[in-house]
Design a binder for this molecule. Structure first.
Ligand SMILES: Cc1ncc(COP(=O)(O)O)c(C=O)c1O
Length: 476
């Protein structure tokens, strides 16, 4: 009997703490003699794990602790906004009245439609947009929808053939480049200025009558506000292009500034980052898209509107069609609605205050070099002579999740850090202590990390090129 306790591990069956698969635990041969099936359909014998319910519960709890999540500790994964989401939104999403079959008639689902309409309205007001579609299931899908809307707009003006380019800053998220390319555009990469913001002269050179759109996020991925945004918008509009807002960083602006007022024509909202759905593993999320009135006729179908006190679906006149089944990821939308309603105007303003305050406080405590600043919701430090990936692995040993590393590439050994609005000063101090402990460590210590986690340093190349995807029994 083992009396030594180790956190669950999986890579080596001989290691302390190895947690076998359920099917490997206490296998018992069960007799099939009394099974009421015709003989031809019966197995001779059946081997199953013989476990009690507490053993089963403990197995899964142990497995759940092998990973690091927002409920394990601070998770400052820059750009991703990995924040703790309050549980009341789960309760709201689990209400039986929310589980309406999507094919039911509008007249028998007025409450559902009212919520969707209300969320369209909340988001339009928060973003300063004229209309919103709730359909896209992620930020990236929202971007692609936005690109399709831009195409429809240019087509209607007879300019699609001429407008072949989408301009994107080099600090932008990879999905921006992918969405533009998938939409059939040539990407023009815009080098950032020395201060990490859009270089207006470089933008001038990049824009032309071929420009379909400029995709920007503001504050950008360095956490820096684009102060020249009105001039930038004017420049894009002067050449007949559209200005697209990547809403991934909206938590920095909530209740204080609106992309629509800055001159943006299209935006997506990552409701799973800004509002209340866990973001990770690819979703399921929601990436609603807002547009100014000129683009409203092209929105995906169906939209929800209110007529004489009744809510109904309708198809915008020149709709690009559907980008997701029904109205999108309904339960994620319910959570976003509940979260915004609970926060109210004051709560939204408080959210952006804390997102910005937390990032700046943490930046002031971290000993790594941090170019630029002051920041909005995130900052990018440089690990200098250390390898940012090693820093990340070592931070796990101190019980915190690492920041996003090595992006943007123009910051050497980048550590993109976003503490989010939900962390307390205690958690921020814990994070700063972890950063600073690692900053003082030698190469050898970093290269061997992590040493205290369930999975140690894995061979990433083999994991990618030669993955073991099927279960093999221990005795095979
Ligand atoms: C700046 C930025 N834009 C777009 C996205 C894409 O969003 P999603 O992950 O919802 O597809 C992300 C994702 O983290 C992001 O950080």
């Amino acid at each position: 009997m083992t009396l030594h306790y180790d956190q669950a591990r999986w890579e080596d069956p001989d290691s302390e703490g190895y947690e076998p698969l359920l099917s490997e635990k206490n296998r018992e041969t069960v007799s099939t003699e009394d099974v009421p099936l015709p003989d031809g359909l019966k197995r001779d014998s059946l081997s199953l794990p013989g476990l009690t319910e507490p053993e089963l519960a403990r197995h899964y709890t142990r497995l759940s602790q092998m990973n690091y999540g927002v409920e394990s500790g601070p998770y400052p994964l820059g750009s991703c906004t990995m924040k703790y989401n309050p549980k009341f939104t789960e309760d709201v999403a689990a209400l039986p009245s929310g589980l309406v079959h999507p094919d039911r008639s509008a007249s028998s689902t007025q409450g559902t439609l009212e919520l969707l309409y209300g969320l369209q309205d909340y988001l339009a007001r928060i973003g300063g947009m004229d209309a919103v579609t709730l359909q896209p299931p992620s930020g990236a899908a929202g971007e692609f929808t936005g690109i399709l809307l831009a195409t429809a707009y240019h087509e209607a003006k007879g300019e699609r053939d001429q407008r072949t380019e989408v301009v994107i800053p080099d600090s932008a998220h990879g999905t921006n480049f992918a969405s533009a390319a998938l939409g059939g555009y040539d990407v023009v990469e815009l080098p950032s200025g020395d201060d990490g913001r859009v270089d207006v002269d470089a933008l001038e050179a990049a824009l032309s009558e071929q420009t379909a759109a400029l995709m920007l996020t503001n504050p950008n991925t360095l956490g820096l506000f684009e102060r020249e945004i009105e001039e930038i918008a004017g420049m894009v509009h002067d050449v007949g292009g559209l200005l697209y807002y990547d809403g991934a960083n909206l938590n920095a602006l909530l209740g204080r500034a609106r992309p629509g007022d800055m001159g943006f024509d299209i935006m997506h909202y990552n409701v799973h980052k800004t509002f209340a759905t866990p973001h990770g593993g690819g979703g399921p999320g929601a990436g609603p898209v807002g547009v100014v009135s000129d683009l409203e006729p092209y929105l995906p179908t169906p939209q929800v509107r209110e007529r004489g006190g009744e809510y109904e679906f309708f198809e915008p006149e020149d709709s690009i069609g559907k980008v997701h089944g029904y109205t999108g990821n309904w339960l994620v939308l319910v959570k976003a609605y509940a979260y915004i309603a609970r926060l109210g105007d004051e709560g939204l303003v408080d959210t952006s205050a804390k997102a910005v305050l937390n990032a700046n406080y943490l930046a002031s405590q971290v000993e790594y070099e941090i170019p630029n600043g002051p920041f909005h919701h995130e900052f990018v430090a440089s690990a200098g002579e250390q390898d940012a990936a090693d820093v990340a692995k070592r931070m796990l040993d101190y019980g915190v999740h690492p920041p996003t590393t090595k992006w943007p590439e123009f910051v050497p050994e980048a550590l993109m850090t976003e503490p989010t609005e939900v962390e307390s000063k205690r958690s921020l101090d814990q994070l700063a202590a972890a950063f600073n402990a690692v900053a003082g460590e030698d190469e050898e210590t970093l290269a061997s990390a992590p040493n205290r986690t369930s999975a140690r340093r894995i061979d990433q190349t083999s994991a990618a090129r030669d993955p073991r995807l099927s279960w093999q029994a221990l005795d095979e």
